[in-house]
Design a protein around this ligand. Structure first.
Ligand code: TYD
Length: 228
């Protein structure tokens, strides 16, 4: 078929830009509760572009490989507990798989991704907590994620005493069981990271509904601030 001389093939429709949102915080800060609240609210919020969906995921364990790594990291059998450097590399492996298999494809298709933890946890727990070199961690993160950074990180801030009170009798995983001094370093690390990297701080001591309202407001700001 002969086309008129000025016929132009139109560009393929550009997929709406997805949004990558991460929740960070120590044990007991209410991340799981807030993730569930956002899972219900976001799809009905009007913030997602037409056709966009919400992928809710987590680290470690957002992929099949990640689920196996999560078990090794948090509940290692016998003598298998990783040393700090091995621990760092296992979290990085979990993240590399997660980015490649889940996060990037979802964002490329214009979807929103809501992740329970991401690189900030590695900097806080393995960097500030374990004392591994932060510059090395940043290099490793670059390798593992290919530079993929969240559009928004919400830090649910909770003091150590409240975290311990909320845990109560529930048994800690291997990381949580690393002691109170370790957990305080993690909290201090989160505070520094939040200040230095533009994370949004949410007071997690309030009632779940109050915390949820704050999170929803920040997501609405994100959607309004950078339209697709
Ligand atoms: P989490 O999924 O919050 O546990 P739960 O399901 O009990 O709420 O966290 C898993 C643990 O892994 C937590 O103690 C923090 C730790 N962690 C790191 O030390 N580094 C990391 O990079 C990540 C993602 C998690």
């Amino acid at each position: 078929m002969i086309m008129p001389a000025d016929f132009q093939v139109s560009e393929p429709a550009v997929a709406p830009q997805g949004r990558f949102v991460v929740l960070e915080g120590i044990d007991g800060c209410g991340k799981s509760t807030q993730i569930e609240a956002l899972r219900r609210w976001l799809p009905t919020s009007g913030l997602l572009a037409t056709g966009a969906e919400l992928l809710v995921t987590r680290e470690p364990g957002g992929t099949a490989l990640g689920a196996a790594l999560r078990q090794l990291l948090l509940h290692p059998p016998g003598e298998a507990a990783p040393e700090p450097m091995a621990e760092l590399l296992l979290y990085a492996a979990d993240r590399a798989q997660h980015v490649e298999q889940c996060i990037r494809p979802a964002l490329a298709a214009g979807h929103w991704v809501l992740s329970d933890r991401y690189s900030g946890s590695t900097a806080a727990y393995q960097g500030y907590g374990r004392g591994l070199d932060l510059a090395h961690i940043a290099q490793l993160e670059q390798l593992a994620t290919g530079g993929l950074a969240p559009d928004l990180t919400l830090w649910l801030e909770l003091p150590l005493a409240e975290s311990l009170r909320r845990r109560g009798e529930r048994s800690a995983d291997r990381i949580e069981a690393s002691g109170e001094a370790f957990l305080q370093r993690v909290i201090d690390g989160f505070a520094e990271l939040a200040a230095g990297q533009g994370w949004r701080r949410v007071d997690a001591t309030g009632a779940p509904e109050q915390v949820a309202a704050a999170c929803c407001g920040l997501l609405a700001e994100l959607a309004a601030g950078s339209p697709p």
